[in-house]
Design a protein around this ligand. Structure first.
Ligand code: ATP
Length: 223
C-alpha cells in the first residue's frame, strides 16, 4: 500500500482524509459506497449533487434556462434530460456550455457538503473521476470499483431496462477499464455477490481509518 497522499482541505477546517470512489456504469459504486457509509465514512455522491442541481427548481436551472432556453426545462422546472442529452450528443459546443454551468456548481455544492461531513474520513463518489482531471489531486486515494464488462452490461440491462447496445454505447463513452485500473490506488472487485464485497470493504475501511488517524495526528499538516 502507498503512503497516504494529500487530503481535501479548506481554509475553515483541518485537512480530512479523502477517497475518490469511481467505476464504470453499473460496476457497483453506490452499493460499495453504502457499505463504507454503514461503517461510518462520510459519503458524498457527486452524481446525486448534480441531479439535485437540475431537479425541479434546482440551483442550476435559472442559468440553464438562460443559456439553452425554456424548452430545455420540463413543466415542473427540472432539466429535460432526454432533450439535453440529444443536444450535447450532436453539438460539442453545447456540451462545453452545459459543463461550464454545471461543473463549478457541482464543485461548490460538493465542497459545502464536505465541510458539513462527519465521520472519520470522506468518500467522494465520482463516476467520471479519471475523465475529469481535477479530482485526482483533491483526494488521497482513488478507489476503483471493478467488474467485467459483461457483468456491467447484465446489471445495467436488468436495472434500467436498456438494450445491450445502449449499455455498451454508454460504456464506450467512459474511460476504459484498463485505464481506470491503472489510475487506481485501491481496487474492489465486484463480480460476485454482495457477500464477496464485505471483506474487501472491511480491509480498506481499516486502512483508511488508520490513514485518517495519522493525518489528524500530524500537527504540521493542520491549518
Ligand atoms: P451507476 O454507474 O449506474 O450509478 P453504480 O456503479 O453506482 O451504477 P450500483 O447502482 O451500485 O452501481 O449497482 C448497479 C446494479 O447492480 C444495481 O441494481 C445493484 O443492486 C446491482 N449490484 C451491484 N453490485 C452487486 C453485487 N455484488 N451482486 C448483485 N447485484 C449487484
Amino acid at each position: 500500500m502507498h503512503t497516504p497522499g494529500p487530503a481535501v482541505s479548506t481554509p475553515q477546517s483541518a485537512p480530512r482524509f479523502a477517497v475518490g470512489l469511481t467505476g464504470g456504469i453499473g460496476c457497483g459504486k453506490t452499493t460499495v459506497a453504502d457499505l463504507f457509509g454503514a461503517r461510518g465514512a462520510a459519503v458524498i455522491d457527486t452524481d446525486r449533487i448534480a441531479h439535485g442541481l437540475t431537479a425541479p427548481h434546482g440551483a442550476a436551472m435559472p442559468a440553464l434556462i438562460e443559456a439553452f432556453g425554456p424548452a430545455y426545462a420540463t413543466p415542473d422546472g427540472a432539466l429535460d434530460r432526454a432533450r439535453m442529452r440529444a443536444l450535447v450528443f450532436s453539438d460539442p459546443d453545447a456540451r462545453t456550455r452545459l459543463e461550464a454551468i454545471l461543473h463549478p456548481r457541482i464543485r461548490e455544492a460538493t465542497a459545502a457538503a464536505a465541510l458539513l461531513a462527519g465521520g472519520p474520513y470522506t468518500i467522494f463518489v465520482v463516476p467520471l473521476l479519471i475523465e475529469s482531471g481535477t479530482w485526482r489531486e483533491r483526494v488521497a486515494r482513488v478507489l476503483a470499483i471493478d467488474c467485467s464488462e459483461d457483468t456491467q452490461v447484465a446489471r445495467v440491462m436488468a436495472r434500467n431496462g436498456l438494450a445491450e447496445e445502449q449499455v455498451r454505447a454508454i460504456m464506450a463513452a467512459q474511460v476504459s477499464r484498463a485505464r481506470r485500473l491503472e489510475e487506481a490506488d485501491d481496487v474492489i472487485r465486484n463480480d460476485a455477490g454482495v457477500d464477496a464485497l464485505l471483506p474487501q470493504v472491511e480491509r480498506l475501511h481499516r486502512f483508511y481509518l488508520d490513514a485518517a488517524e495519522k493525518l489528524a495526528g500530524q500537527p504540521s499538516q493542520r491549518l
